[in-house]
Design a protein. Structure first.
Length: 404
């Protein structure tokens, strides 16, 4: 089974040199559409022989070679006469000028041809037939053009190497550049193609790859569409569940709001009752405080009453003692009533003791002067603590003056 081309391997493709090969090699004149002009400055000239320097075309060289052929062979130049050939070397990035010059020496020794020029191109596309500005998928086809003078100037004829030399030339290229050699044509079953044919085949391969990518994308798109349909169905089901859950939540919320309002009413009533209890509590505290004050006042009054009762008891005891003492000793009472600018004044003595002076009412003073009020009764009335008349005197006085 034929083998495919090795990716990244070197190769060499020979063909008859075109009339404009120098312009193409030097990027002079019209630039092909498959060239990226932004990368053209990366191209370089490795070698040019004096034969072609300053020349724009090889046409004059071809005519001169034909004349030389006729002159030296004595024959008319044949159509198959090929004095100049061009090689296209497929390279990788990083191949040096020294490596290419080594290939030059080796291939000249092998074929007998003379290398007139070597130019490296790093601006041509490999798969696209046309460069589009901004295309990030631009694939470089790094290669070199080699121009050969294939004429034996001693005989005027073209030098025709053995067929195996063309295969050996690729061995020399791999050896000089350190690259892997491509598969042999005998192994691949593919004839050597011209550059245009190579680009056409590359484009066809690119189209085939794009078709494969398109089919793969279409398959993935169908899968995505199916996933989207499944997702829409799942979302629709979830939406139904969500609507039901939302409805349930709304009902729950409404119930909550109703219960909240009821609780709010209950709270307001409880707050009202609480405020009433607080008012009652405050009133009760006020009453308790007032009651406490009243109790304290009552206790003080009671204490004062008790003190007065105690004093009264003691005073009564003193009076009784004085009465008993006076009765036992037969103490006499003496009194004088004198009318002064300040009213009637009572001057009294009990025994040998003088009593304080007292104001006497007009009525009592007149009764005393008339003899209606005994001295004992008058003194006892205005000095009750100092003197008390005997029961007989009181009884007699009451009997004589019942109204008093």
């Amino acid at each position: 089974m034929p083998k495919g081309s090795k990716k990244g391997a070197c190769s060499a493709h020979i063909e008859t040199a075109k009339a404009n090969c120098l312009q193409h090699a030097r990027r002079e004149g019209k630039v092909p559409g498959y060239v990226n002009p932004h990368l053209t400055p990366n191209n370089r000239t490795v070698f040019e022989d004096d034969t072609i320097k300053a020349r724009k075309s090889i046409v004059p060289l071809v005519k001169r070679a034909e004349i030389e052929y006729s002159e030296k062979t004595g024959q008319k130049c044949q159509k198959s006469f090929t004095p100049f050939r061009e090689d296209v070397l497929k390279l990788r990035e990083g191949v040096t000028d020294e490596q290419l010059m080594a290939f030059k020496s080796k291939t000249e020794a092998l074929t007998g041809w003379k290398v007139l020029g070597i130019w490296v191109h790093q601006d041509e596309g490999h798969a696209h037939s046309k460069y589009i500005e901004g295309d990030e998928d631009f694939q470089l086809n790094i290669h070199a053009h080699v121009l050969y003078d294939c004429q034996d100037h001693a005989t005027g004829k073209a030098i025709r190497p053995q067929r195996k030399y063309f295969s050996l030339r690729q061995d020399l290229l791999a050896e000089s550049t350190g690259m892997e050699r491509g598969n042999r044509a005998a192994d691949t079953g593919i004839r050597h193609r011209k550059s245009a044919q190579q680009r056409i085949q590359s484009q066809e391969q690119r189209i085939s790859e794009l078709e494969r990518i398109a089919r793969e994308r279409e398959r993935k798109n169908r899968e995505k569409l199916q996933l989207m349909a499944d997702e829409r169905e799942r979302v629709a089901k979830n939406n139904l569940l969500l609507e039901k859950e939302t409805s349930d939540l709304i009902n729950t919320y409404n119930d909550f709001v109703k219960n909240y309002k009821d609780l709010d009413d209950d709270y307001k009533q409880l707050l009202k009752d609480y405020n009433g209890l607080v008012d009652e509590h405050n009133d009760l505290i006020d009453r308790i405080e007032k009651a406490s004050v009243a109790v304290e006042e009552a206790e003080r009054a009671n204490s004062q009453i008790q003190e007065k009762k105690t004093l009264l008891v003691a005073l009564n005891a003193q009076i009784e003692h004085a009465r008993a003492t006076a009765a036992a000793m037969g103490v006499g009472v003496d009194a004088k009533m004198i009318n002064t600018p300040n009213g009637w004044m009572l001057y009294a003595n009990v025994g040998n003791a003088s009593l304080p002076t007292k104001n006497v009412s007009d009525e009592d003073a007149k009764a005393y002067k008339r003899g209606d009020m005994p001295t004992e009764i008058l003194v006892a009335k205005y000095h009750p603590r100092a003197y008390q008349p005997s029961p007989e005197v009181v009884e007699q006085f009451v009997k004589n003056h019942p109204k008093r």
